[in-house]
Design a binder for this molecule. Structure first.
Ligand code: CO
Length: 496
């Protein structure tokens, strides 16, 4: 006889959900990589059925009384954290009726499908018709979640991706960045105008790029027994901790993006591979949040991967896999990977201008969800902020403006802040690691990466969702999230 029968029943129920989530993750990966076109419709239908089944499991009527009685049982600290996460999953899932979720999925799919041809045609008017329907249904979901969670509508949506984060806090953090970013960009641009960087000469055979990417994944201690690298249009990390699937994309005329994209995804992948095995299948073993996840990919890509020290490791590998050329000297590779150029496209943005893309999307989507602006107002808001933050003129260019991302078409409102919050967390992790390892850069340059990787494993990966984000942050770094670390990082790298 166990002392916590209700908790045990819940554990069994959540383990069952995890098994289905496993199959869902692999089906999604296959859908993004290898599926032949003829399989598309049947796969979409099958995945819709699986998602509906999972929603029924998460909202099963027997869960509510079990959650209530488990809260009165004697549980250890981990089980209590697990119960807290179960309650969170349940609160979010039960706030939304099946019919509304279904309707929103269909509207999102319709909007996304039309967007594929509307975007190249710069057809904002056509796109806006579908987007209005997505926004209408998202606002309805936001209202229901807001009632259930006692949060503002936007905060209720953001809580799906970043539990505990509130827009008042995001405003404070992003407000700090807005106050210094335009001036920093101007200074960096002025400085870089005087520097010469030699472009790398292609073509770069795809097989050589793939071999190089896998070599760098090994350097970063990715476990190929429990995962693999493939190709997709939009790089991502999927699968499950026991079988992590990551993707990149290659282009013969340049190697920079496939390689750095792979380093980014390897950061996501190693977090997944090192979530605590003993708790797998339980909500407490899940990654803490999307911003914490992004802090791992950006620890790999930005903090480690684009550092001057890491170029000592990359440069010889570039020569080995792609052939020797003057561009592959460490200082020049650093120059290639740290060029700052304001542009239209978020996913192509450099480390310094990237936050501007995120801040403007956050401000617009929040107004939109709170009902303080409408879809028709988006282009003017976009143009104004792009000019203010990046001095880029986007008027009339919808395809490289508000039509460029997929997030708003598929209803992922509240996700954008996670990218820049992740960059801030990553800077804070490295500031902490540096206080503990004075010789960090020379260790990295020698290929000793254990100082970084062991710290991330002990402080982030193995904790998974055991602590809420604020406590995780304090335990790892001694204080709450502080954007000053991000500013100091950018100044040291780009003005130091
Ligand atoms: Co990422």
């Amino acid at each position: 006889v166990t002392a916590h029968p209700s908790y045990d029943q819940l554990s069994a129920a959540f383990l069952r959900m995890y098994r289905f989530e496993h199959l869902q993750a692999i089906a999604m990966w296959d859908h993004a990589t290898y599926i032949p076109p003829g399989g598309n419709d049947a796969r979409s239908a099958a995945m819709g059925e699986l998602a509906a089944h999972l929603h029924r499991l998460r909202t099963a009527p027997e869960l509510a009384p079990l959650l209530a009685s488990a809260a009165t049982e004697a549980l250890d600290e981990l089980a209590r954290a697990n119960l807290r996460e179960m309650q969170r999953v349940h609160r979010h899932a039960t706030a939304l009726p099946d019919a509304l979720v279904h309707e929103a999925t269909i509207a999102g799919a319709r909007c996304e499908h039309a967007w594929r041809t509307q975007r190249p045609a710069n057809d904002w008017a056509g796109f806006a018709v579908n987007l209005k329907e997505v926004v209408r249904l998202t606002r309805r979901q936001a209202e229901l979640l807001s009632d259930q969670l006692g949060l503002s509508k936007y905060d209720a949506l953001m809580d799906r991706f970043e539990p505990g984060m509130r827009s008042a806090e995001v405003d404070r953090l992003f407000g700090a960045v807005k106050s210094w970013l335009p001036e920093l960009i101007r200074k960096v641009r002025a400085r870089q105008a005087k520097q010469t960087v030699i472009a790398a000469n292609g073509p770069f055979p795809l097989a050589a790029q793939k071999a190089l990417c896998e070599r760098v994944m090994k350097l970063l201690q990715f476990d190929f027994d429990g995962g693999r690298l493939d190709v997709s249009t939009h790089p991502f990390t999927g699968g499950v901790p026991e079988d992590v699937r990551l993707t990149t994309r290659y282009s013969a005329d340049q190697f920079e993006n496939s390689l750095m994209g792979t380093i980014h995804e390897t950061g996501h992948a190693r977090y997944e591979q090192h979530r605590p095995r003993a708790w797998l299948g339980q909500p407490v073993s899940e990654a803490r949040s999307m911003a914490i996840h992004e802090s791992q990919s950006l620890s790999f890509e930005m903090q480690l991967g684009r550092s001057r020290a890491f170029m000592q490791l990359l440069a010889p590998l570039l020569r080995e896999y792609l052939g020797a050329q003057p561009a592959f000297e460490p200082d020049n590779v650093f120059g290639l990977y740290t060029r700052v150029r304001p542009g239209f496209i978020r996913v192509d943005a450099d480390e310094v201008t990237y936050p501007a893309h995120v801040i403007l999307r956050y401000e617009i989507e929040r107004l939109l969800i709170e009902g303080e602006c409408e879809v028709d107002d988006i282009p003017a808001l976009w143009d104004e902020q792009m000019m203010k933050l990046l001095e880029v003129d986007t008027r009339g260019n919808y395809k490289d403006g508000p039509m460029q991302d997929i997030h708003w078409t598929d209803g992922a409102y509240g996700y954008f802040p996670c990218y820049t919050l992740g960059a801030m967390y990553a800077a804070q992790w490295f500031a902490t690691i540096r206080t503990q390892r004075a010789a960090l850069d020379s260790e990295i340059a020698r290929g000793e990466l254990s100082g970084v990787l062991d710290w991330l494993q002990a402080n982030i990966w193995e904790n998974a969702s055991r602590f809420e984000t604020d406590e995780l942050t304090r335990r790892a770094s001694g204080g709450p999230l502080d954007p000053a670390h991000f500013k100091a990082h950018l100044e040291a790298r780009y003005l130091g």
